[in-house]
Design a protein around this ligand. Sequence first.
Ligand SMILES: Cc1cc2nc3c(=O)[nH]c(=O)nc-3n(C[C@H](O)[C@H](O)[C@H](O)COP(=O)(O)OP(=O)(O)OC[C@H]3O[C@@H](n4cnc5c(N)ncnc54)[C@H](O)[C@@H]3O)c2cc1C
Length: 463
Amino acid sequence: MAQSFDMVVIGSGPGGYVCAIRGAQLGLKVACIEREHLGGICLNWGCIPTKALLRSAEVFHLMHRAKEFGLSVEKAGYDLDAVVQRSRGVAKQLAGGVGHLLKKNKVTVIMGEATLTAPGKISVKTDKGTEEVTAKNIVLATGARARDLPGLEADGKRVWSYKHALVPAHMPKKLLVIGSGAIGIEFASFFNTLGADTTVVEVMDRVLPVEDAEISALAKKQFVKQGMKIMEKATVKSLDRKADKVIATIESGGKTEAQEFDTVISAVGIVGNVENLGLEKLGAKIDRTHVVTDEYCRTGVEGLYAIGDVAGAPWLAHKASHEGVMVAELIAGGHPHPIKPNSIPGCTYCNPQVASVGLTEEKAKAAGYQVKVGRFPFIGNGKAIALGEPEGLVKTVFDAKTGELLGAHMVGAEVTELIQGYVVGRTLETTEAELMETVFPHPTLSEMMHEATLSAYGRAIHF
Ligand SMILES: Cc1cc2nc3c(=O)[nH]c(=O)nc-3n(C[C@H](O)[C@H](O)[C@H](O)COP(=O)(O)OP(=O)(O)OC[C@H]3O[C@@H](n4cnc5c(N)ncnc54)[C@H](O)[C@@H]3O)c2cc1C
């Protein structure tokens, strides 16, 4: 007989497992179905293992700077296999933790591939055969995968997707990264720091194109200083794959040139896992590669929700988790608030780090706001100097009429940890007045968040 549940979550990434746990906490009988690894892309092939790799690169970079700090390192070196093993170990540890949390919360875990066969009915292909499950509510949290553009498809040999790049079979000597979004630029930063001669090709007019233009420009300056070559408004037209190299035809500024690389990372976006789920049959709408939902993640089909990457941008783990909690609360009869898109922070863990929340200066102006913009450079901050990290900027964008903090944008050391201060501010609908009133501890990088607010009103002290 089919097992029946109040809520079945398909996918155990940061959207799915968090949704399942919250549902169980609220007293629902919950199952979570996963076809591959508990923890999804984030824990196994995304956020976590990349951060582990980038930490190794950061330590390696600091080893080269030892003399500046009065230290000596005999010969800085690395063992790529060991770096990768550490990253895989971190991912494994955390994925194991998800299993433990699901068990602790009495969520039934079913390992297998789920398909919706009728409203409230799911068929799961497991190792042991097919299992039928019924559910009052179904939450799709099936995530996404790397986009393959025709001719630029990853093959795992010389052309890699993010999955190949996380467990590199060789250390690239001459690397081409196609796409300078967060994923592309993090891998570019990692391999460039370890010594790969790295070129990044970006079709838009700047690297990290979703970020504030000033922040993108400062990040680019640092990347170039570190030896990266950046080609903007450029397109990789084709890849000619040989046994030991790839010849890329790149169009830039009206000219086409062929360049040789030994490795290519294709980071041209992601597509939602919407196929083979039986969605069309149930009447759920799919727009290109994501399931169409309203602000409460409802698909328009009674009892069917979609959260996280499969429900569209921004493709971020914390957005997936937040939606997971909201949907679980809705199903359990609560009245949660929908997520506010302009309050979802974005972080990129390249060197230097980049972090932002809310509207860029350009977008705020385009939306009709009169803005007050504040800026504070790392060079004016005592902690940044003490850390040996004097390059960077904190920028704030306020509504000149109301003082609302519309956006905050940062580049520099540890900004991925700092941004949350402004995110809390946005949740509390803060204005410049509360931020100015707030006492920031000294010496910290966070003092720049205060100064960047004061600066918007002509009151910065240290610059
Ligand atoms: C290299 C890389 C680095 C990243 N770094 C960051 C970062 O630093 N910060 C950040 O916020 N985000 C980052 N992301 C994005 C982040 O990983 C995703 O936004 C997040 O994983 C989305 O969570 P999800 O729950 O929607 O889906 P996923 O994590 O993709 O999980 C979906 C799960 O569903 C399972 N599944 C799919 N179909 C079925 C089916 N039919 N039956 C059963 N199971 C199924 C899959 O196996 C998978 O485990 C990164 C992504 C990549 C690729």
